[in-house]
Ligand binder design. Structure first.
Ligand SMILES: Cc1cc2nc3c(=O)[nH]c(=O)nc-3n(C[C@H](O)[C@H](O)[C@H](O)COP(=O)(O)OP(=O)(O)OC[C@H]3O[C@@H](n4cnc5c(N)ncnc54)[C@H](O)[C@@H]3O)c2cc1C
Length: 401
């Protein structure tokens, strides 16, 4: 944060400042541009757009939803694109999207503060005062805008649980965001902590490469296949109630997987679609891990990690096992609350949208959020259209009666 004694810097004026050049920020900028709002600027901390896909995702990642649910506004994936896009193809798509819609993005700009000044602008509407640091030069930059769009992501920062003794573990410990491939893990005893999508897929990747793989799964989870989940998405598109989709999805899952609890993966009481719509939890899309669990290639340890002593990990159920390496697939968190100075109820204490979908995207004084309601790429699509529609309407000169 710049000190009060820092020299005055003239503020650059824009209609809209968008924080974050992931898919959400790019989609908002493109939709604004298509509605004739040219003065929008995206500020991005990293040195590329779509950095989650370029820098923080493992090599074998493919999108979990079919391409029709994984496109941004005005840019469907072509017929010859694979149904489930590989990570790099989606990253390339985002690069192409930014160029195609002439997105103005300023890279290596970290937003450190954004506050609404009701007196600024001289037209009675006030302005958002945004302070960023140019990470290349260290210089402080000021921006002023009537509208501020928070698109800084649900997954901005790695969440690493505090486990006594972990710091002294003699082997490699990495977060899923650093994991790229199983190279060097062949024959090693590796513990993956966390049974979400990343953890289950990384466990599959490791076991396929010959690592002796265990996965610590402390919570209940819904295992689905891509195909089953796409049936659910299609039904949702036809406004079929969530409880009916739940019943159908669970029936199909029972046929495909049998009783997953027999292998340590207990299902929650609430159905998978209702869970997705009403909570931050995603179902886990099986990429082949379950077959490896059944065959014993991946061992499920159904308890939280409690402590580490030397290379031995102790679990909450009292079991202890030695490992050579640990991958923490323990999730991420939003960092919005560190820089956004606003108490209008748009963003909750966890840095995500405070109000449930579909009331989540618009706050007070020209503040919006995109991609913060746990609805993935399709959520970015919807948010961008809503936000750009609203801003362009507010910027439209009023008709004289
Ligand atoms: C491994 C993984 C796989 C996933 N797979 C799927 C999938 O298959 N399908 C799906 O729909 N969803 C998937 N998701 C969910 C996915 O995170 C979201 O769909 C998506 O990344 C959200 O995009 P975003 O633009 O909102 O956020 P991000 O992609 O996180 O982009 C936010 C950007 O904001 C920047 N930023 C943050 N703070 C600041 C700041 N203070 N100043 C400047 N810049 C800042 C960050 O550098 C980042 O580039 C996956 C997530 C992960 C982690």
């Amino acid at each position: 944060m710049a000190s009060a004694a820092a020299p005055a810097v003239a503020a650059q004026e824009e209609d809209v400042i968008i924080v974050g050049a992931g898919q959400s920020g790019l989609a908002v900028a493109a939709c604004l541009s298509l509605r004739g709002v040219r003065s929008s600027l995206v500020l991005e901390r990293d040195d590329c757009v779509g950095s989650l896909w370029r820098k923080r995702a493992y090599d074998r990642l493919h999108l979990h939803l079919a391409k029709q649910y994984s496109a941004l506004p005005h840019a469907p994936h072509p017929d010859d694109a694979p149904t489930y896009l590989p990570r790099d193809a989606f990253a390339d798509y985002l690069d192409g999207y930014a160029s195609r819609f002439g997105v103005r993005a300023r890279l290596r700009r970290e937003v450190r503060s954004a506050a609404f000044d009701p007196a600024a602008g001289g037209d009675g509407r006030g302005r958002w005062a945004v302070e960023a640091i140019d990470l290349g030069t260290g210089k402080r930059e000021l921006y002023e805008a009537r509208f501020l769009v928070v698109a800084s992501g649900e997954n901005d920062e790695r969440f690493v649980p505090e486990v006594p003794g972990m710091e002294a573990f003699p082997g490699k410990v990495m977060h899923a965001a650093e994991y790229r491939s199983p190279e060097g893990m062949e024959g090693k005893a590796v513990l993956v902590v966390g049974g979400g999508n990343s953890g289950m897929e990384i466990a599959y990747d490791l076991a396929s490469a010959g690592a002796v793989t265990s996965i610590a799964v402390r919570s209940e989870l819904h295992l689905v296949t891509k195909e089953i989940w796409n049936v659910g998405m299609a039904l949702y598109g036809y406004h079929v109630p969530a409880w009916i989709i739940d019943k159908l999805v669970l029936l199909m899952c029972a046929v495909v997987f049998g009783d997953t609890a027999r292998h340590g993966l207990r299902r929650p009481a609430v159905g998978p679609f209702t869970m997705k719509l009403t909570s931050p939890a995603y179902p886990v899309v099986d990429v082949g891990t379950y077959a490896k669990i059944r065959s014993g290639e991946v061992r499920v340890l159904p308890a939280a990690v409690k402590s580490v002593r030397g290379n031995v990990v102790e679990f909450a159920d009292g079991n202890r096992h030695p490992f050579d390496a640990i991958v923490l697939a323990t999730g991420y968190r939003s960092t919005v609350r560190r820089w956004l100075k606003s108490e209008d109820g748009l963003i909750g204490d966890d840095g995500l949208a405070a109000r449930p979908y579909p009331e989540h995207w618009k706050g007070e004084n020209g503040l919006y959020c995109a991609g913060l309601v746990r609805r993935g790429i399709y959520g970015s699509y919807e948010d961008a259209e809503l936000i750009a529609g609203d801003i362009s309407e507010l910027l439209r000169p009023k008709q004289v009666q």
